[in-house]
Design a protein around this ligand. Structure first.
Ligand code: NAP
Length: 324
């Protein structure tokens, strides 16, 4: 096995992403030693049983001596956690995160981290709707993009370019494809590709639930008509998504404005029997689905490859869908 990228990797938060990094780093030998901290004793016990690394209740101890610390907590918690570990970070260490919104996560880390630390915000474009340490798996990042949003204020620090290269090598070892971009651009792109789809899913599920004339049983019974695919996304962690919308407010509201205008245009086309407009809009959308398949970002099988025979085993494993 190739030499470890990091001597000691500290993972703060043993949820879906933290536990997946632990598994992938152990499997690929990307870190010689892995320490894991979680605030919840029950989660720590589970992480210990799963063999995710050296699990500890001591946050400061977890980061002491680590050459890389990855914050795997909701975006709204990144500032407080950085503040709590700031005095114990080793000079020259890399401090990164996996938060789904980058401008706020980056400034929260930069504000509290000491000068001798390399702050390199990051976001894996990979995930599922599940949470917690048992939900993670080593192959989560394979073939997925990992976006780094280095800070302009850090570039003058000696060794910063090398630190970005090292962190890139780490994520590549886990199987990811690494891209670098400005945090603001990341947040605008993710607002449309991830945040808005989640908002729509949360909304459609609660609208269906609230509609008095459809009783709940019918919603569930006929969910294969499209609704169930929204319910998968809407099952995502409420804390994580609350923080995403509160911290990417401007980009989400701008995207939502555009979306509402386009939705109103479709509404108008339906009202005025404008079949040409509807056909054109749906054809364009179909083409975008094909482009995603062609880019290798989703499976090509119809209906995500679900076995649709009446006696199909619905629990048979399929590749987890990638979110973010
Ligand atoms: P998760 O499975 O729910 O795990 C969240 C972790 O954060 C848990 O360890 C939780 O602790 C901890 N946490 C929550 N609030 C905290 C606080 N105030 N202080 C300290 N720790 C706290 O969530 P996840 O999916 O791994 O998400 C973690 C990060 O990854 C988030 O920033 C999210 O935006 C990002 N992300 C998620 C996905 C995805 O698809 N899920 C994809 C890409 C990036 P407890 O054990 O006490 O709950």
């Amino acid at each position: 096995m190739a030499a470890a990228v990091f001597d000691k990797l500290a993972l703060i938060g043993a949820g879906l992403i933290g536990s997946s990094i632990a598994r992938a780093a152990a499997e690929t030998g990307a870190a010689a030693e892995i320490s894991v901290w979680d605030r919840d004793p029950v989660v720590r016990e589970a992480a210990d049983e799963l063999g995710l690394g050296q699990v500890t209740p001591d946050l400061q101890g977890a980061v002491t001596g680590a050459d890389c610390v990855i914050l795997c907590v909701p975006v709204g918690a990144i500032g407080a956690v950085t503040q709590a570990v700031a005095d114990d970070l080793a000079p020259g260490a890399i401090l990164t995160d996996v938060g789904s919104v980058k401008t706020v996560a980056a400034s929260a880390m930069a504000e509290h981290a000491p000068g001798a630390i390399h702050v390199i915000p990051g976001h894996p474009i990979a995930g599922t709707e599940a949470s917690g340490p048992a939900a993670g798996f080593a192959s989560l990042f394979k073939g997925a993009w990992h976006i780094l949003t280095p800070l302009a204020s850090e570039t003058e620090k000696p060794g910063h370019r090398d630190a970005v290269k090292t962190l890139t090598a780490f994520w590549e070892r886990l199987g990811a494809r690494v891209e670098t971009m400005a945090a603001e651009r990341h947040d605008r792109v993710l607002a449309i590709t991830s945040h808005l789809p989640h908002l729509i899913a949360f909304n459609i599920v609660s609208t269906a639930y609230d509609m008095e004339r459809i009783d709940e049983q019918e919603v569930v019974k006929y969910s294969a008509g499209g609704f169930r695919d929204f319910t998968r996304i809407a099952a995502s962690d409420p804390t994580m998504w609350r923080d995403v919308f509160l911290t990417n407010k401007a980009a989400v509201l701008e995207t939502l404005g555009r979306f509402s205008e386009d939705l109103a245009a479709l509404q108008r086309a339906i009202r005025w029997d404008d079949g040409d407009m509807l056909y054109e809009a749906f054809s364009r959308a179909r083409g975008i689905r094909q482009a995603i398949i062609d880019a290798g970002m989703d499976r090509s099988e119809v209906n995500f490859g679900r076995d649709q025979r009446p006696d199909a085993d619905l629990n048979s494993p399929i590749d987890p869908n990638r979110d973010a």
